[in-house]
Design a protein around this ligand. Structure first.
Ligand code: NAD
Length: 493
């Protein structure tokens, strides 16, 4: 990798932006400079698309046996383990998240590469019964082609790895455009791929603003698939820009995720996990359980304890060993969260804790105290909108049917949880919730072997699992008649 600002990776070369543009990346925990990187123009992205197109059309990567493509992914996983400290530090500096959280992300990323490495050659296709023994009817899976990947800042390399790993497993080529605020681990992963000998043009990286560097990935006719993770508004823009070329569009968008707690739940575990659901990673998690929906008979006691514990959470920067939670990503983002809480309170919510930026010692960073908004109505904007910050809203229910109706009353459908000691209730409610991941008596764990994605406005398509590989492939039906004969359909004249 170059030590200069030549941080775009196009056609196997580290290059600077064509207009010399750069961006200074700062750490949101204290405003310090993390690095200076190239800021790509749309023309740079078009060059990267051309490289990916040529590499795909030449066919060397798609023709590489799937098992060998899988081997490369397993080597990426090994490299991530070897270089974990370097990667985790880079992620912690860009995002401001605690080092321990960034280290956990790196373990997850290695596991993602391992998962797709292992299944790369496991699902080549299938024979179907055409109802005629003289016919061989097979469905084969082929790479979709050139993939545009656009990713957010909250789990920068994790979200990118959910796309890069299946795309490479499938035999695709790609252009990645990570969030402009958090580019450094994307640079590092391209360095790993380059050193492992990925052919020139198969993997490309452009850095920069979405509307400039990212836009061609959704509109360009040479991109066969655009896979986007980010906010709903940007997702709509990308889907609209992609429509004229009818490319495949995969969207992983936001969430407004219900954490439903019944009165018979294990009280201490449910309170502890409610904190974790809403405040892990400062609530900057698409699947954060920020919507606490609690049975009325335990509501007062539960929320009192939640607030007591939320008030004790220690904020701090990535390398502060006492810190239990980090900052938001930027001043602009903190202004949005501040406004979101203000509107929630104006609409009648009771501010029980938080709602402020923390003490003087945190003034240099974009911190926001863990916040609980009590007594929320279903139409409160803080309940309706994805706040994307450390803010838990509280609603109550009395019956199971009411809990399900409240939890499903959202345009989103990404994730949710149900807390109860009654397994019947747990499974009935799990099936009734219109969300893509449901936890029973837990919150947040996921495994790369299982699908991830949203119902409704939380997106389309799925990442991870086997479906996460299918997203990067096209199914082709090959129908072979082993005993060709005249059809007799049109009479011979
Ligand atoms: P965002 O939508 O602002 O930006 C995401 C990416 O899109 C960035 O790389 C940005 O530069 C790019 N972009 C912006 N405008 C673009 C355009 N016109 N064309 C092409 N690219 C463009 O999202 P964010 O603020 O970075 O991330 C937070 C959002 O991501 C939240 O809504 C969160 O829920 C969501 N998210 C979802 C998942 C999931 O798995 N469903 C995971 C993580 C984050």
């Amino acid at each position: 990798m170059s030590e200069t600002t030549a941080t775009l990776f196009i056609d196997g070369q580290w290059v600077a932006s064509s207009d010399g543009g750069t961006r200074t990346v700062t750490c949101p925990a204290d405003g310090s400079t993390v690095g200076v990187v190239s800021e790509a123009t749309a023309a740079d992205t078009e060059k990267a698309i051309a490289a990916a197109r040529r590499a795909f059309d030449e066919g060397s990567w798609s023709a590489t046996p799937a098992a060998r493509r899988g081997d490369l992914l397993l080597k990426v996983a090994d490299a991530l383990v070897e270089r974990k400290d370097e990667f985790a530090r880079a992620e912690a500096l860009d995002t401001g998240k605690r080092l321990v959280e960034a280290e956990g992300d790196m373990d997850d990323i290695a596991n993602c590469f391992r998962h797709f490495g292992k299944i790369a050659d496991q699902h080549p296709g299938r024979i179907v019964d055409a109802g005629d023994p003289t016919v061989i009817s097979q469905v084969v899976y082929e790479p979709v082609g050139v993939c545009g990947m656009i990713t957010p800042w909250n789990f920068p390399l994790l979200q990118a790895s959910w796309k890069i790993a299946p795309a490479l497993a499938a035999g695709d080529t790609f252009v990645l455009k990570p969030a402009e605020l958090t580019p450094h681990t994307a640079i590092l992963i391209m360095d790993v791929l380059d050193k492992l000998g990925l052919p020139a043009g198969v993997g490309n990286l452009v850095l920069g603003a979405g509307a400039e560097a990212g836009a061609p990935l959704s509109s360009h006719p040479d991109v066969d698939l655009v896979s986007f993770t980010g906010g709903l508004v940007t997702g709509r823009t990308i889907a609209a820009a992609a429509a004229p070329t009818v490319k495949k569009v995969a969207l992983e968008l936001g969430g407004k995720n219900p954490n439903v707690v019944f009165a018979d739940a294990d009280f201490d575990a449910a309170v502890d996990n409610a904190l974790n659901a809403g405040f892990l990673d400062s609530g900057l998690v698409c699947s954060a359980g920020t919507r606490l929906i609690i049975q009325d008979s335990i509501k007062e006691k539960f929320v009192d304890e939640l607030v007591r514990r939320a008030e004790g959470i220690v904020l701090g920067g990535p390398f502060d060993e006492n810190a239990e939670s980090g900052p938001l990503i930027s001043e602009a983002h903190r202004a949005k969260v501040t406004d979101y809480v203000r509107r929630g309170v104006e609409a009648g919510a009771t501010l029980r804790c938080g709602g402020n930026w923390g003490g003087e010692e945190l003034a240099a960073g974009c911190f926001y105290r863990p916040t609980v908004l009590d007594n929320c109505t279903i139409d409160n904007p803080a309940v309706v909108e994805e706040g994307f910050g450390p803010v838990i809203t509280v609603e109550t229910f009395s019956t199971e049917a009411e809990a399900v109706a409240i939890a499903n009353h959202t345009e989103y459908g990404l994730a949710g949880a149900v807390w109860t000691t009654d397994r019947g209730t747990a499974h009935r409610v799990s099936r009734a919730l219109r969300h893509g991941t449901i936890w029973i008596n837990d919150y947040h764990p996921y495994v790369p072997q299982a699908e991830w994605g949203g119902f409704k406005a939380s997106g389309n398509g799925r990442e991870l699992g086997i479906t996460g590989l299918e997203e990067y492939r096209e199914a082709k039906h090959i129908y072979e008649n082993t005993e060709p004969a005249e059809t007799g359909w049109f009479p011979k004249k």
